[in-house]
Design a protein around this ligand. Sequence first.
Ligand code: FAD
Length: 412
Amino acid sequence: MVETQNSYDVVIVGGGLVGIALACALGDQPLRVAVIEALPFETNRSASYDDRTIALAYGARPIFEAMGVWQQLAADVTAIKRIHISDRGHFGAARLDCNDVGCEALGYVVPSRCMGEVLMARVAQFDNVELLCPARVTSLEQDEHAATIVIEREGEQQMLRSGLLVVADGTHSAIREQLQVAVDRHDYGQRGVIANVTPSRHHDNVAFERFTDSGPMAMLPMDESRCALVWTVSEARADELLTLDDEAFLAELQDRFGNRLGRFEKVGNRAAHSLMQIVAQEQVRDRLALIGNAAHTLHPVAGQGFNLGLRDVAVLADLINTAAVSGEDVGSATLLADYAEWRRNDQRYIIGFTDSLVRLFASPLLPIKAARSAGLVALDLLPPLKRWLTRHAMGLGGKLPRLSRGLPLQEK
Ligand SMILES: Cc1cc2nc3c(=O)[nH]c(=O)nc-3n(C[C@H](O)[C@H](O)[C@H](O)COP(=O)(O)OP(=O)(O)OC[C@H]3O[C@@H](n4cnc5c(N)ncnc54)[C@H](O)[C@@H]3O)c2cc1C
């Protein structure tokens, strides 16, 4: 039997980093919000050498400040002051420096566990946000008036009605599939091997992006002199790297990365993620919007996936709030069209940039190898080009919503 229905202004399916960030942004607003999450909301509080990390673009900071969570996060973040981009075995390197753009950092590295904990603690403070979990969506219908969602929770079926349904259920979004939203999918046939490593030389707050003939590797600065490694390799190579003992793994890493950080001395647990790009061909429909990985999953080479999702959040929250305070419909076709339009350029740029980076540096063709070396040199020598690229990668390009300018959605 389906229980009586509950009415909400916004229902968010998926309480991952992006979904929960939207719930935080909408906290304390004149809205009734629900988050449906398949897994129990639990966080692992034990500190570990192997914290998974996210590189936050500088533009994430004002958003988190305006949401009132930056102070809590600040204890766990490591600033990226410089980025060093190089192509193994080829001349040319590019260096991006926070001083060139007048910011105290180009970005920040934060363990995703810490970010999850901080966002969860924040969302729990809001009376207008309900967390429905563990729960799963069993059916969904929408028309121009509302979205109707049936969920199963604790063995009971519950019907919810909402003015707006936000789909944030990740890369393999079941809701996206159920709605038969077409996607552009590209499987890179690669996996990202991730691990924390400790080099003998301190990272000095430099993030390294190193392209090698077997795939790109990112080395991000962390606390306690650790670095977070994301090493992109073929499927077969990933299996090999996972089974090597620590000493052999560190030797392979040293060979590929070189000696910029001295000797690699310690490695934590290793894991591998399949790498693909999945982009939904439609991000809005009657009464619904797809955001985060459900809308666009990227190769992690440029560390932009979560950042792009967070900017979806900032824009959507801005539009929802503007509608709500003026008594307008928060799920109207106009609002959703405005959302899609506002997000179009940033998404296109970041998706195209990330995909081109993977393909360009994977090419074995000599003219392309020569061109990319020349490109790195040109980038290093052309300050205006470098500033433009840096500002976009920092999430500071285009028209910025209130949260991205560090302003709360509503003045108190
Ligand atoms: C190796 C690697 C390194 C990365 N590094 C970076 C980086 O440095 N910087 C960066 O910006 N990004 C990075 N990313 C990308 C980033 O991790 C993702 O973009 C981000 O976590 C996506 O968040 P999300 O909330 O959209 O999706 P998810 O984190 O996948 O969350 C989806 C949520 O929905 C829930 N869910 C799923 N199905 C249902 C359902 N039917 N009903 C209810 N709930 C459901 C899930 O349980 C989950 O909690 C990296 C990714 C990888 C793989």
